[in-house]
Design a protein around this ligand. Structure first.
Ligand code: ATP
Ligand code: MG
Length: 253
């Protein structure tokens, strides 16, 4: 059965897009059919595959409003079994355009539900906010993966996100599960980083993935080469961690 997983944390720069790119590509490398949807006007998941967002006519913005065909929207990436629906800055306009619409929280869900039969996994990379875009991403998902940065304030805002998901489940009649929290930018030589990791494992009220993503320069460099880590530096600590995470997710299917 298809799993639609949003990668969400309203805090900025915690490793959402890095997780979206690298987890989705490792799952494809392990034989799964995977689609990654960039649902952030910053379009970092798009540029992370070497695509210039500014040159695109057909993006997820056109997709949710029905202005583009699926053939024009879905891009094959350099990884086999792996597809991408890109975004660009136009998506920011949807924030305003959706407001007066009926069922405005369901635009992305309606779009994605048509694609489910084609894929084992559909990932949604979300922006750092709890805006209507993020709500569309949550509503469209079966599960949420929450990257948590192993730094001071790393846990801030998580209870608000969990509450938002509860509110959506009750008021919009959904049954969204928490796939788990993912510890990112972990540095085992720093006491603070170790303490945050222990804190999350002790207090996070849902599953915490065993795989921990270390701070790793190659993970930060790869997007500027338009490559996921599996192609840029597959022997790096970051690559091995994302491969472990992909295997853990498959084991928990
Ligand atoms: P935003 O909220 O703006 O969408 P984000 O949560 O998607 O940000 P990323 O873009 O994935 O976060 O990461 C933020 C920055 O940290 C990027 O420059 C990225 O390359 C870098 N980064 C992410 N994960 C790691 C890591 N494990 N080690 C080193 N650098 C990392
Ligand atoms: Mg991002």
């Amino acid at each position: 059965m298809t799993r639609v997983i949003a990668i969400c944390n309203q805090k900025g720069g915690v490793g959402k897009t890095t997780a979206a790119i690298n987890l989705s590509t490792y799952l494809a490398a392990l034989g799964k059919k995977v689609l990654l949807i960039d649902f952030d006007p910053q379009a970092n998941a798009t540029s992370g595959f070497g695509i210039n967002p500014k040159e695109l006519n057909d993006t997820i913005y056109q997709g949710i409003f029905g202005y583009a065909s699926l053939e024009n929207l879905i891009k094959k990436t350099i990884i086999s079994n792996h597809h991408l629906i890109p975004a660009n800055q136009h998506l920011a306009g949807a924030l305003v355009e959706l407001v007066p619409m009926e069922e405005r929280e369901f635009y992305l869900k309606k779009f994605i539900d048509r694609l489910r039969p084609e894929y084992d996994y559909i990932f949604i990379d979300l922006p750092p906010s709890l805006s209507l875009l993020t709500v569309n991403g949550l509503v469209a998902s079966d599960e949420i993966l929450m990257p948590i940065q192993c730094e001071y304030y790393g846990l801030e805002g998580l209870s608000q996100l969990l509450e938002t998901i509860d509110l959506i489940n009750v008021n919009l009649n959904r049954d969204i599960k928490i796939a788990g929290a993912l510890l990112t930018m972990y540095n085992k030589r720093e006491r603070l980083s170790r303490e945050v990791a222990v804190e999350v494992r002790r207090h996070f009220p849902h599953y915490v993935f065993e795989a921990e993503i270390p701070r790793c320069v190659s993970l930060a460099e790869a997007p500027s080469f338009g490559k996921p880590i599996i192609l840029y530096n597959p022997n790096s600590s970051g690559a091995l961690a994302y491969e472990r995470l992909a295997r853990e997710i498959i084991e928990r299917e």
